[in-house]
Ligand binder design. Structure first.
Ligand code: ADP
Ligand code: ASP
Ligand code: MG
Length: 470
């Protein structure tokens, strides 16, 4: 008998047949005596739709959010009817659906009037999708003879008030999870918890960032000290590259916490970047598995992996980035320029993904998401007004259309020649590398290339460095 947290992502609850698959996996484990806690995402595309509707409303578009409400109502209603038929639970599910969507519609209407959406309102709006899918799964499990209860993670996970990317506060979160979920498990009830959402101490809804349901699962796994956390998704595991970009990418059978952390940080969408943080201390194994091929072994994520000498495990990319450059001959030897540069960026609440400084000190360049670029360049120009007027700094500017490609694997540590192979792979097809950085852990090498070269660069590194020419 094991205690397991199982997280099901958007496509795993994307339609009636996916829900049925989830029900089979959960009930199979429950019947064999495992204690299962399910964590669910919104149906695939729902969080995107909710985002589109409310962002549109803020920009004066009244039509989109009405359409979103209509289509979400229909999609969930069709699903409920298909899954549950005439079950008594249908009526109460449909009234929950109506009230969740009507509240969203009212939020959008006020955002439309105000012409602005705050991060706090955004989180209230985006929390709807998970609340719906959790209740639907509960009804389905109950219809199939299991005891199950939907729990909003707003009752379990206490965060700070960083709306849109909230940070959990460990102690109260652990206490709430234990006090809410342990009695249910003792009574053989399967808790189905909403992924992605949480709340501040005074009960205001927050979210853990896009893709955050993985993180929810890990937080619950840590609090209950479970035997394993299983992340169920729509691919067979963590792969050597995004299979949408590299069709012959392979599943990685075992990977370390460190490697998968780098992979997620550098853009592999398969796991939310903060997922492994809660499970590291207790060394709880995390598995990534395919809902639609549950018999496939998947990927096991553990503390240490042996025998990886010389290998690059995976290649990833992050898109929609810009490179900001601060350049000037008068910067040489002047202390504090870098410090002031990054303080100014931090004041704009923009996180820097990669930094590179030429050894001549004549320029500092760093990579940030394109969305924050204008504000960052403006903030830097203000910060450096004096240096710009004295011509110590000549120019501060940004280049859009930038992509970071990363090659990841602890086996690169102390193995000479890997960067040469990566550059060779790109050079042989004429791809220009704009900047490079190597993490101090030597677990990743990152390169900046132009967006137009990105897909080819990933394919080429995968072919030459990971797949031995195939
Ligand atoms: P879920 O909704 O289940 O959380 P996501 O869409 O968030 O699923 O993540 C799964 C997707 O991540 C896959 O369909 C795949 O296209 C993408 N992906 C990107 N990089 C990788 C990788 N290295 N290994 C596996 N999947 C990856
Ligand atoms: N539904 C949320 C999103 O799409 C969270 C998740 O899927 O993990 O970002
Ligand atoms: Mg995801």
């Amino acid at each position: 008998m094991s205690a397991l947290v199982m997280k099901y992502g958007g496509t795993s609850v994307g339609d009636a047949s996916a829900f049925a698959q989830v029900k089979d996996i959960v009930s199979g484990h429950a019947k064999s005596g495992d204690r299962v806690i399910a964590v669910v995402s919104a149906m695939s595309g729902v969080t995107d739709d909710l985002t589109r509707g409310i962002i549109g409303a803020a920009a004066g578009d009244e039509e989109t959010y009405h359409k979103v409400c209509q289509s979400l109502r229909k999609r969930h209603l069709d699903l409920i009817t298909e899954l549950l038929g005439n079950d008594l639970a249908c009526d109460s599910l449909i009234s929950t659906l109506d009230s969740l969507i009507s509240e969203y519609e009212r939020l959008c209407a006020s955002v439309y009037v105000l012409g602005e959406v705050t991060p706090r309102t955004m989180d209230a709006a985006l929390s709807r999708g998970e609340r719906l899918s959790a209740r639907i799964l509960v009804a389905l499990l109950q219809q199939n003879g299991m005891r199950s209860e939907a729990i909003d993670a707003t009752e379990l996970i206490v965060t700070d008030a960083t709306f849109g990317n909230a940070a959990p506060i460990a102690q109260p979160t652990r206490e709430r999870i234990a006090s809410h979920l342990a009695p249910l498990l003792d009574a053989d009830v399967i808790p189905v918890v909403t992924g992605f959402i949480a709340a501040t101490d005074d009960g205001v809804t927050t979210t853990l960032g896009r893709g955050g349901s993985d993180y929810t699962a890990a937080i619950i796994g840590d609090a209950l000290n479970v035997d394993a956390v299983w992340i169920f998704t729509d691919v067979d595991g963590v792969m050597t590259a995004d299979p949408r970009i590299v069709p012959n990418a392979r599943v990685i059978p075992v990977i370390s916490y460190t490697e998968v952390g780098e992979l997620a940080y550098f853009g592999a969408k398969v796991l939310h970047p903060r997922t492994i943080r809660p499970v590291i201390e207790r060394e709880i194994p995390v598995w990534v598995k395919n809902t639609f091929h549950p018999d496939q072994p998947g990927t096991r994520i553990v503390r240490d992996v042996t025998n990886t000498h010389g290998t690059v495990k995976a290649v990833t990319m992050i898109t929609d980035l810009s490179m900001v450059t601060v350049a000037g001959r008068g910067m040489v030897g002047v202390p504090g320029i870098a410090g002031r540069t990054f303080s100014a960026v931090a004041r704009e609440k923009t996180s820097v993904l990669m930094i590179s400084q030429a050894s001549s000190e004549q320029s500092i360049c760093f990579i940030i998401p394109t969305a924050g670029t204008e504000a960052v360049v403006r903030a830097l120009q203000e910060e450096m007004t004096r240096e710009l007027s004295r011509r110590d700094i000549d120019r501060i500017w940004s280049d859009d259309g930038i992509v970071i490609i990363s090659a990841i694997g602890t086996g690169m540590r102390g193995t000479p020649g890997i960067s040469a192979r990566i550059f060779g792979a790109l050079g042989s097809v004429g791809i220009n590398v704009i900047a490079i950085a190597q993490g101090s852990s030597e677990c990743s090498i990152s390169l900046v290339v132009d967006a137009s070269d990105a897909t080819r660069a990933v394919q080429q590194i995968h072919k030459e460095v990971i797949n031995h020419g195939k």
